[in-house]
Every structure is written in C-alpha cells, then in structure tokens.
Design a protein around this ligand. Structure first.
Ligand SMILES: [Zn+2]
Ligand SMILES: [Zn+2]
Length: 148
C-alpha cells in the first residue's frame, strides 16, 4: 500500500491510521509459508514536525521445526517504529526516506518482518530434536543409542 505524506509533512498534528492486510500471494517472495494475510495496523503522525510511523504486524505461518522437523502453524506479532523524512539529506539508516512524498508500506512491513524473524525455528525452546543415530523423535520417545 502506497501512503502519500504531503499533508503529513506539512501539518503538525496530522495523522493517518493504518489498518489493512497484505495477502499471502503478495508474500511469496519471502520464503515463508503464510497461512494468513499479514494484518498491518498502526498510525503515521506528525508530532511537532517529526513524522513517525508505528505499526504492528500479525500473521500466521506454517513452520517446520529445525530440530525435530515437526510441522505446525504459529501466530506471530511484532511491533515496529520508524521516523519518516522527506529527503535523504539526513544520512541515517534509522530513517525511512519518503521518495516523492510517499512510502510503500508493504515493502517496509515485509522487510521489517523478515529482519525480526528468527533464523532458527523451533517447535519449542526445549525441543530435544531427533536422535542422530536412529532418527526417533526424542520429544516423544526414548531410544538407547546414547547408552552404548
Ligand atoms: Zn522440534
Ligand atoms: Zn536413537
């Protein structure tokens, strides 16, 4: 979704609320298996001349545990906040630059989400994984491999 910010940059106190969904077929480039849309909710506002964007993303993913290979669906919720500037003259990675006084919120939300997403996925933090010898799921059964 493209958001035009001309008014937001010009009027102190101006704000815009955000509440929409990014559909799974728009997310196919992410490498994640979305089983729900990404619900983006928040606001963008001009407080004392500083334009800030804050939003949350909610979504459900089909994931596979890296240790035991169990498949499950999991809900995720992340919050993000950015300062939006009209030009890149202020050289700082923390700012989002609004090219032509607009931002593409889909791009921002998806890249934020991917940065936040853990590189390792576990069904739970205590997952015992699979036995490297016999392949049994050590969360559900015990084997004697380690005793030898
Ligand atoms: Zn697991
Ligand atoms: Zn075993």
């Amino acid at each position: 979704m493209i958001i035009y910010l001309k008014q937001l940059f010009n009027i102190i106190g101006e704000f815009k609320s955000i509440d929409y969904k990014i559909m799974p077929d728009e997310l196919s480039g992410t490498g994640l298996s979305f089983v729900s849309p990404v619900h983006v909710k928040g606001e963008i506002c001009n407080r004392a001349g500083i334009v800030s964007l804050s939003f949350s993303v909610d979504f459900k993913l089909h994931i596979i545990c890296d240790r035991c290979l169990k498949e499950l669906d999991r809900d995720y919720h992340y919050n993000f906040e950015h300062t939006v500037v009209a030009s890149a003259s202020r050289n700082n990675d923390e700012y989002i630059v609004a090219e032509k006084e607009s931002i593409d919120l889909n791009n921002i939300a998806v890249s934020d989400l991917l940065l936040e997403f853990p590189s390792k996925i576990l069904c739970n933090d205590n997952c015992k994984g699979l036995c490297i010898n016999c392949g049994c799921d050590l969360n559900e059964s015990e084997c004697n491999c380690l005793e030898k």
